[in-house]
Design a protein around this ligand. Structure first.
Ligand code: MLC
Ligand code: AMP
Length: 511
């Protein structure tokens, strides 16, 4: 049997080829027949480039139908898809290309200059921009991926892949400041997609309003896979805009978003019960949904948001049920076939209701990190559970609550920001003695990044200069939205910086 995820997806849209697969915000539509043909041509082009199953293709592009076809073509051809957040800067991408050694890079026109340098430096065989961006200059004589690939001979079959073959590598920053490539297999993706499709009751006629980015798990795997498995139409917005979402929601039946998106919908007075008349399911995840958002949403629309919990390394782990109680403040129950347990600091299983570290096991869990056997040993237990780094409890009736994180991580608007990565850059600035990066409550982003800096004696530092010094080195969403200059950092008896103390001290900054 071919375990290739694309074979599974394709088997589900066979009856639907004349139906719409994608509709863009400007009203351009693509049928399943077009999606399938474009995917096959892109896959044919991948093959013609000499890419063989297991080779990596790194893709840093804005969201578009072509970007989705490229992902599906990687699956079909057996290549390993390596999506990169379009906000990542040269320094960040440099690391990923060096680590993953892709054979092909597809990128945005705005990064032409530095991508060409990086691709030469890393000896990457093929480099393309995806498709013509509006108004952007195209380098003379160069053709975009789409121009080339849409003329290629279509690949007629689906490359044979085993369950444990890699489908994608997704980089997640680490608490040490060094990114890790999470290796995601066809088994991981297929099992999670089938489970979610059934658990959330997808049915004929469902239409998904898709407004998430497609370079992370939520938008790429959770949203696209469930819709494609259902042969559904996706109203495909290139980015989230509350007004555009409100205009499109009446034609959709399902919406998936990060909490910031729900906050922004509620902030718009035109968002009403009427807007949601045809919606049967609102799903939230990637960051904690505040109780006030949950309740305000219910009061305004009559809908109970279904919150679920997952991560890059594991796909979705828990979900509130579709037909039973969706309990606010919880992330619901472990999904079918997925084992979740809470352990104390010594690794012993906790009893129901006790708080501890969450560990997970199942077909959804990654086999390990790309070329990091030591990390694999650290992140897995001897009996095969993955340590999530999240802290929570499981009640007697099985509902799971996330109460915090043992990993030093800020989640801002659904994007993960690892403080260590920013602290390392701040500490390089002349005049900075040391720094501590923290997340502070923020009304829009849930948490916002802030930095507390101790300057060297006699150094002159101002907030704007500090941000300017690291701007361009990091994706803009990681930049501190406030800098505090202090005399010293609070430390415990062991000399460790007490970030809890700092979070308390500056808690009201963005309120
Ligand atoms: C944008 N900005 C952010 C930000 N997003 N700052 C902090 N946190 C964020 N999340 C900044 C930009 O850098 C820019 O700064 C300014 O805001 C405007 O940029 P923008 O691109 O116009 O922002 P906007 O469209 O408003 O984006 C907000 C957002 C977006 C919430 C729509 O962040 C988003 O799509 N988030 C979803 C992330 C997601 O998909 N996460 C899933 C991960 S998977 P400046 O200074 O340049 O003006 C996962 C597993 C799981 O976690 O369980 O799902
Ligand atoms: P990522 O590495 O981007 O996949 O982010 C995964 C992390 O997001 C998890 O380890 C959690 O800390 C967090 N997360 C995802 N969903 C939720 C949720 N519903 N509530 C709280 N935290 C969440």
């Amino acid at each position: 049997m071919n375990a290739n995820l694309y074979a599974l997806l394709q088997s589900r849209f066979s009856g639907n080829r004349s139906q719409t697969a994608l509709e863009t915000a400007s009203g351009i539509t693509y049928t399943y027949a077009m999606l399938e043909e474009m995917t096959a041509r892109y896959a044919g082009f991948i093959h013609a480039l000499g890419v063989v199953p297991g080779d990596r293709i790194a893709v840093q592009v804005e969201k578009s139908p072509e970007a989705l076809f490229l992902y599906l073509a990687c699956l079909q051809s057996g290549a390993v898809f390596l999506p990169l957040n379009s906000a990542y800067q040269e320094g960040e991408v440099d690391y990923f290309l060096g680590d993953a050694t892709p054979k092909v890079v597809v990128h945005q026109q705005k990064s032409e200059a530095w991508m060409s340098t990086l691709c030469v430096a890393h000896r990457i065989a093929h480099r393309f921009t995806l498709a013509e961006d509006n108004g952007a200059e195209i380098q003379q004589g160069r053709h975009t991926w789409h121009e080339n690939a849409s003329k290629a001979l279509p690949m007629l079959d689906v490359a044979h892949r085993d369950h444990d073959d890699l489908a994608a590598i997704l980089y997640t920053s680490g608490t040490t400041g060094r990114s890790k490539g999470a290796m995601i297999t066809h088994r991981n993706l297929s099992s999670n997609a089938i489970t979610l499709h059934a658990y959330w009751g997808f049915k004929p006629g469902d239409i998904l309003l898709h407004a998430l980015p497609i370079f992370h798990v939520h938008g790429l795997f959770v949203a696209c896979h469930t819709a494609l498995l259902n042969g559904s139409k996706m109203i495909f917005h290139s980015k989230f805009d509350a007004k555009a979402a409100i205009a499109a929601l009446p034609r959709a039946t399902v919406f998936m978003g990060v909490p910031t998106m729900y906050v922004r919908l509620l902030a718009d007075v035109s968002f009403s019960r009427q807007t949601c008349a045809n919606i049967r399911l609102f799903v939230s995840g990637s960051a904690p949904l505040l109780a006030e958002t949950f309740h305000e949403f219910l009061a305004r629309t009559g809908h109970v948001i279904l919150e679920r919990y997952g991560m890059t390394e594991t796909g979705m782990i828990t979900s509130n049920p579709l037909d039973a109680e969706r309990r606010g403040g919880t992330v619901g129950l472990p999904l079918p076939g997925i084992a979740l347990r809470v352990v104390d600091e010594a690794g012993r299983a906790c009893i129901a209701g006790d708080i501890g570290g969450l560990q997970v096991k199942g077909d959804n869990v990654l086999p390990g990190y790309w070329q990091m056997p030591d990390k694999d040993k650290e992140e897995f237990t001897a009996d095969g559970y993955f340590k999530t780094g999240d802290v929570g409890k499981i009640d007697t009736d099985g509902y799971v609550t996330i109460v915090g994180r043992s990993k030093d991580l800020v989640i801002s608007g659904g994007y993960n920001v690892y403080p260590k990565e920013i602290e390392m850059l701040l500490d390089e600035i002349a005049g900075v003695a040391e720094s501590a990066v923290i997340g502070l409550p923020h009304p829009d982003f849930g948490e916002a990044v802030a930095a507390v800096i101790v300057k060297k004696p006699a150094a002159i530092l101002v907030e704007a200069d500090v941000v300017a010094a690291i701007k361009g080195k990091l994706a803009a969403f990681k930049l501190p939205k406030r800098i505090f200059l202090v005399e010293d950092l609070p430390r415990n008896a062991m000399g460790k910086v007490q970030k809890n103390e700092l979070r308390k001290r500056y808690a009201d900054t963005f309120k």
